[in-house]
Write a protein that binds this ligand. Structure first.
Ligand SMILES: Cc1cc2nc3c(=O)[nH]c(=O)nc-3n(C[C@H](O)[C@H](O)[C@H](O)COP(=O)(O)OP(=O)(O)OC[C@H]3O[C@@H](n4cnc5c(N)ncnc54)[C@H](O)[C@@H]3O)c2cc1C
Length: 424
């Protein structure tokens, strides 16, 4: 493999210690938490990208044209060297032999493991329409994608965003801030249809439209047209001029390595409450590629968030270092869409009541979701303090009913309950 780069410490990468496949948010969390927890065996991380492990959220929140100024690298190269962590950049793992307990790299090298952690992330769902391969049509996942989109935005006038999910809405605001005419085309009847409550999405839509972004829901993209380069997007509702198309229509877990190795896989590597493969307990899966039981969900979930990747990586590292425990972290998430800050605490599955309440200033708003009269998730717009209060209450499993919110915010409720605890 060309450009393969080994940044190993002195003895990292030898012996059968911990091998991590994937140098993203979750893989980084595993290796840094392993050393933090005192694990002193060999640690090697295989990363098929050529960049030092980096964070993806900033990629969709502004336009990037300068690779050196992106500021997304998680830690400098010296971090790995000083901790004797073998970092194999541009070096993908092609197969896992679970009987011999080795991973096989793209060049055929066989590297033994005692524990294997799969942190392979997810890939973008391809846009299944004619013309998706034209110049000027982009998806966003990597640094290289972000630079290509940033470059295109320096000249684009008509931008069509296909998909009204987090990444699409973030990019719509980035393009709008650059002065482009922006249309978001969403197949579902509303934005963020799986991620936020219907009650909140109307407010979100109105805030996007206020910035001049045009939003078209319940509409399918049929084709992208142009001669070599995109010129227009054809939808069931007519054609839209476009010199840049960005699509974000969801992601699929990169679980093919696990599947080929004979591990149980179903839209993600299936793991138990300690994030061990249900097929082979010497293998764990963390981050976007893992499907796991969760006390905040009814059944198993696969979550795509920095919080989840970070907390799962740390949990597996602690187990390998001798302190096992179940994965119970409260899910939380954020998305910055121009001036709109959306934050979510908890999981809004099977909720039976949602109350939207205004905050103490016009831009603040929160949707509180209840299951069986108990608060399970809170979505906030531009209200970080209420998000943090929600996290504190949900983490402690403090019961909050719809009646508790009459005339009160969670912040006020949390303060009142703390004061009562102190008095008792
Ligand atoms: C543009 C964008 C914006 C986002 N914004 C937010 C946000 O605002 N808030 C939030 O909470 N989350 C956000 N996310 C989601 C968050 O970044 C992911 O949930 C998180 O990165 C998952 O971490 P991970 O390690 O599981 O996967 P990744 O970070 O994707 O890392 C997986 C790595 O494994 C590598 N890999 C895969 N297979 C192999 C192999 N066989 N050999 C070697 N390497 C391999 C991949 O190339 C990749 O580098 C965003 C994601 C994107 C793409």
């Amino acid at each position: 493999m060309t450009n393969m780069k080994s940044l190993a410490g002195t003895d990292a990468g030898t012996g059968a210690g911990v091998v991590v496949v994937g140098g993203g948010q979750a893989g980084f969390s595993v290796v840094s938490a392993l050393r933090g927890a005192g694990y002193d065996g060999p640690v090697t991380v295989f990363a098929d990208e050529h960049h030092l492990p980096y964070q993806r959220p900033p990629l969709s929140k502004k336009a990037h044209t300068d690779p050196d100024g992106m500021g997304v690298t998680l830690v400098p190269e010296s971090f790995y060297r000083e901790r004797n962590i073998g970092l194999r950049l541009g070096d993908g793992v092609a197969a896992v032999d679970t009987t011999a307990r080795v991973v096989v790299t793209g060049t055929g090298e066989r590297v033994p493991y005692e524990h294997l952690v799969l942190a392979t992330g997810a890939r973008n769902r391809p846009l299944p329409v004619p013309g998706a391969e034209l110049d000027g049509v982009h998806a966003l996942r990597s640094i290289d994608d972000a630079l290509a989109i940033g470059q295109a935005l320096t000249t684009a006038r008509d931008v069509v965003v296909v998909g009204g999910g987090f990444i699409g809405l973030e990019l719509a605001q980035v393009a709008r801030a650059r002065g482009a005419r922006v249309t978001v085309v969403e197949l579902a009847d509303r934005l963020l249809s799986r991620a936020v409550s219907p009650q909140l999405q109307e407010h979100l839509r109105e805030r996007h439209e206020r910035t001049g972004v045009r939003i078209v829901t319940g509409t399918a993209v049929r084709a992208i047209e142009g001669e070599g380069r995109v010129r227009r997007v054809v939808t069931d509702d007519g054609s839209l001029p476009a010199d840049l198309v960005v699509y974000g229509i969801g992601a699929v877990p990169r679980d093919e390595l696990a599947r080929a190795a004979g591990l149980a896989v179903d839209d993600g590597v299936i793991v138990d409450e300690q994030l061990r493969s249900v097929t082979d307990p010497r293998i764990s899966a963390v981050g976007d590629c893992a499907r796991h039981p969760h006390p905040h969900a009814d059944g198993v979930v696969r979550l795509e968030s920095v919080q989840n990747a970070t907390d799962q990586g740390a949990l597996v590292a602690r187990r390998i270092a001798g302190s096992p425990g179940p994965y119970e972290s409260l899910p939380w998430f954020w998305s910055d869409q121009g001036d709109i800050k959306l934050q979510i605490a908890g999981l809004r599955t099977d909720t039976d009541e949602v109350r939207v309440l205004p905050g103490d200033s016009p831009e603040r708003l929160a949707a509180y979701a209840f299951r069986d009269e108990r608060l399970v998730a809170v979505e906030t717009l531009n209200w970080p303090a209420e998000h943090l209060a929600a996290r504190r209450l949900l983490e402690r499993r403090t019961p909050v009913s719809p009646a508790d919110l009459t005339g009160s915010t969670l912040g006020a409720l949390a303060r009142a309950r703390r004061a009562a605890e102190v008095r008792a």
